[in-house]
Design a protein. Structure first.
Length: 371
């Protein structure tokens, strides 16, 4: 019994990977579910067709990626009726993300009633952040009443790449301090001390922190009041603007870093400015996390931009040699696993993230499976 099926269900898509140990037996994406000309009419038919196609003999578990675990879930959890109800209660915190996962869980439990299912939360890895890193300086009665606090996201990725970084360094994770920079369409930074997360840049929702593809990252929150009162925008419009028309998309009209880099290389001033804003924010967080951790063994880049953009990596870490941080130009251009020079005080790594593999690993852990 070694196979694990990992499902990442969105409101109109299902991403799947079938693992046999660490080997991928099948993977794919079912898209535009419920839309005209889409791959399936609903999640039930999408998953039923998928399960007919896959060889699910010896299936030990189904792992579901769930974005928001709130403060209820601090580790991966075997799914019961109570867990389903709790994930449903968390919908107000993640209205765009949790409903898809919930549908996937309900359908998969119906189709595979005898296979244990595990919820793996994007927030869980951040549950070790101490209170002073979770809370903001706002009215504490309001904060308690409404559960205002940081949760953080991309936890499976930060967990996986920080552990991989320790492996690359040949050190036990418990003795390794890492700053992980997950730079995809969504982007977040984390400070990991001895395998435990101590800080992260996303907040109660995935809007805060780094500049992203379409999300603004950190802003002065007064922008919201000003846009509402002075510019006359409705709250929904402001939310839409900050989440879907912010970040690289807001600055340049395109959310894809490749296109921003192409325009910048052609001399487009706005693309060059967007790049500078993006890497400056990265440097600000990196500096803050260096100070927080005190001693840093490695800085690790991951996800689409982090794994593929030498320009972003070099610019984000430029001028930090006094702190023991340098990037070797040739290694960086080659997207090598280690891009700092030999013997550098801080190792700079590029580690491809493997969120589905980490979810499969978490399933085995939650079920105490040995294989
Ligand atoms: P992810 O969300 O991890 O799939 O990352 C997606 C983003 O990675 C895309 O929106 C691109 O902006 C970025 N990306 C992918 N390949 C490259 C590349 N070669 N150079 C720069 N950015 C890239």
């Amino acid at each position: 019994m070694t196979r694990v099926l990992v499902l990442n269900c969105g409101s109109s898509s299902v991403r799947y990977k079938l693992f046999d140990g660490a080997d991928v037996r099948a993977k794919g994406l079912i898209q535009r579910i419920g839309e005209d000309g889409g791959d399936a009419g609903d999640h039930l038919s999408a998953l039923r067709d998928l399960m007919d196609r896959l060889d699910l003999s010896d299936l030990a578990a189904v792992g579901h990626r769930v974005v928001h675990g709130g403060d209820r879930f601090t580790s991966s959890t075997v799914i019961t009726d109570e867990v389903v109800a709790a994930v449903e209660e968390l919908i107000p915190l993640a209205p765009l993300h949790n409903p898809g996962a919930l549908t996937g869980i309900r359908v998969a439990r119906k189709l595979l009633p005898d296979v244990p299912q595990v919820a793996v939360f994007d927030t869980a890895f951040h549950s070790t952040i101490p209170p002073e890193g979770l809370l903001w300086a706002v009215d504490h009665e309001l904060a308690e009443r409404w559960g205002l606090r940081r949760y953080g996201f991309h936890g499976t990725s930060h967990s996986y790449v920080s552990r991989e970084t320790a492996r690359i360094l040949g050190k036990p994770p418990a003795e390794t301090n890492v700053i992980t920079l997950h730079l995809g369409n969504g982007a977040s930074a984390a400070a990991v001390r001895g395998g435990r997360c101590e800080a992260t840049s996303m907040g109660m929702t995935p809007l805060s922190g780094l500049v992203m593809g379409t999300r603004s990252g950190d802003i002065d929150p007064s922008l919201v009041f000003y846009l509402h009162r002075v510019a006359g925008l409705a709250l929904d419009e402001i939310e839409e603007s900050l989440t879907r028309h912010g970040g690289l998309a807001g600055l340049t009209g395109v959310n894809d870093m490749r296109e921003v880099l192409r325009r910048r290389a052609e001399g487009d001033g706005q693309a060059a400015l967007a790049f500078e804003i993006y890497v400056r924010r990265l440097k600000e967080y990196t500096g803050a996390y260096l100070a927080l951790l005190g001693r840093v063994d490695a800085i690790t880049f991951t996800a689409g931009v982090g794994e593929n953009s030498p320009d972003v990596r070099a610019a984000a870490l430029a001028g930090l040699s006094a702190l023991g941080i340098t990037v070797d130009e040739d290694r960086n251009r080659a997207n090598a696993l280690i891009i700092s020079p030999d013997g550098a005080p801080v190792t700079v790594c590029v580690v491809p993230t493997e969120e589905e593999l980490e979810i499969a690993h978490e399933c085995r852990r939650a079920l105490a499976l040995t294989t």
